[in-house]
Design a protein around this ligand. Structure first.
Ligand code: HEC
Length: 322
């Protein structure tokens, strides 16, 4: 093997193998390990020097031994040095794959009579690898034909893709169910678990009390305990306000870079749990009374809604007369 690869190949190959192994096994984050830990750089340098030294020593030992040989020995040594390596097994495989082809010197025996403008046809044996690939492709084609076009049990690529998409959708839904962290403004729901609310409270205390007060009574920011909301109440709006921030210039920043989605859901749920409590120094209500979607606005008396409906009905026949 030593004779196969000269030292200028051997040394870099060994060196970079060690280098690669170190980079693979030493966990150094985004930076390469040898930059992060100078000691590794030093170690690699040492390895390189040792490799070069080994090459040098082995080379000179060989040289000394060579000088001590007699003439016949020297000749034998040189012959073994220049001998190209024999890959018997590989050659055998190659011969087998090639099959029994007429050597080029005997090709005149198998040339056919056909002559196309000087292009002649040679009736040589095909190599076995070629013949077998051909047979296998015939069998493949038959099986394919039956499966796809006769019984039709197999799916064409487009159908396969559709099925995979459907399956992926199911898996995404499953994953979303278990991955609380993936909540966004469309999927967020009011969390009522004591643990979630407690987590929400500590996030609130850490980030929000400066402007909203510990009891939510309000200061720089609006009162969070009344049912008046500037930017809309309900879990989705509150989540949206926390995630994207309030109206520009008012002081309520977007928190999505500081808080994880689940944390925003927790603190939003905590804020909503404050509704109806009585803070020490409540700020004046700001914004409008928030009513969740689908619930009739109780502020409007029932009769008003009815008269509106009647108005619509009376106007319909008038339109028909036109
Ligand atoms: C620098 C002061 C400040 C901090 C800190 C702050 N807010 Fe606000 N917050 C405000 C202001 C000001 C508004 C009103 C925004 C507007 O009018 O558009 C507001 C509005 C809100 C609203 C909407 C209220 C409504 O009536 O629609 C919610 C909910 C809210 N903040 C929650 C939070 C939460 C939760 C935190 C902590 C993660 C927080 N805020 C941190 C100043 C702050």
């Amino acid at each position: 093997m030593r004779n196969l690869f000269p030292s200028y190949v051997r040394v870099p190959v060994i060196f970079f193998t060690i280098f690669g192994l170190i980079e693979y096994f030493v966990d150094s984050g985004d930076e390469p390990a040898f930059l992060k830990y100078p000691v590794i750089m030093l170690f690699l340098l040492l390895i390189l020097l040792v490799l070069i030294a080994i090459e040098g020593i082995v080379g000179s030992i060989e040289n000394v031994l060579f000088q001590s040989l007699d003439e016949a020995g020297k000749e034998r040594y040189l012959a073994s040095k220049t001998k190209t390596p024999q890959f018997k097994a590989l050659n055998n495989i190659y011969d087998k794959l090639k099959g029994k082809q007429k050597p080029i010197e005997e090709e005149h025996e198998i040339i056919l009579d056909h002559n196309y403008d000087g292009i002649k046809e040679l009736d040589n044996n095909l190599p076995p690898w070629w013949v077998w690939s051909f047979y296998i492709s015939i069998v493949f084609a038959a099986v394919y034909l039956v499966r796809f076009h006769v019984i039709g049990t197999a799916d064409f690529a487009a159908e396969e893709l559709e099925k995979e998409y459907a399956q992926a959708k199911i898996e995404i839904e499953e994953y979303k169910k278990t991955a609380k962290n993936l909540v966004d403004v469309n999927t967020v729901t009011l969390l009522t678990d004591a643990a979630d609310l407690k987590a929400g409270q500590s996030i609130f205390n850490a980030n929000c009390v400066a402007c909203h007060m510990a009891d939510g009574g309000g200061g720089i920011g609006p009162n969070l305990t009344d049912n008046y909301w500037i930017l809309g109440g309900g879990i989705k709006n509150v989540f949206h306000t926390i995630s994207e921030g309030g109206r520009s210039g008012k002081g309520m920043i977007s928190w999505k870079n500081d808080l994880k989605p689940i944390e925003m859901a927790q603190v939003a749920s905590y804020v909503l749990s404050l509704e109806g409590t009585t803070p020490a120094n409540p700020k004046e209500p700001e914004g409008d009374i928030w009513k969740p979607e689908g619930v009739d606005n109780v502020e409007v008396p029932e009769e008003v809604i009815e008269t509106e409906v009647i108005e619509v009905e009376t106007s319909t026949p008038a339109e028909n007369n036109d």
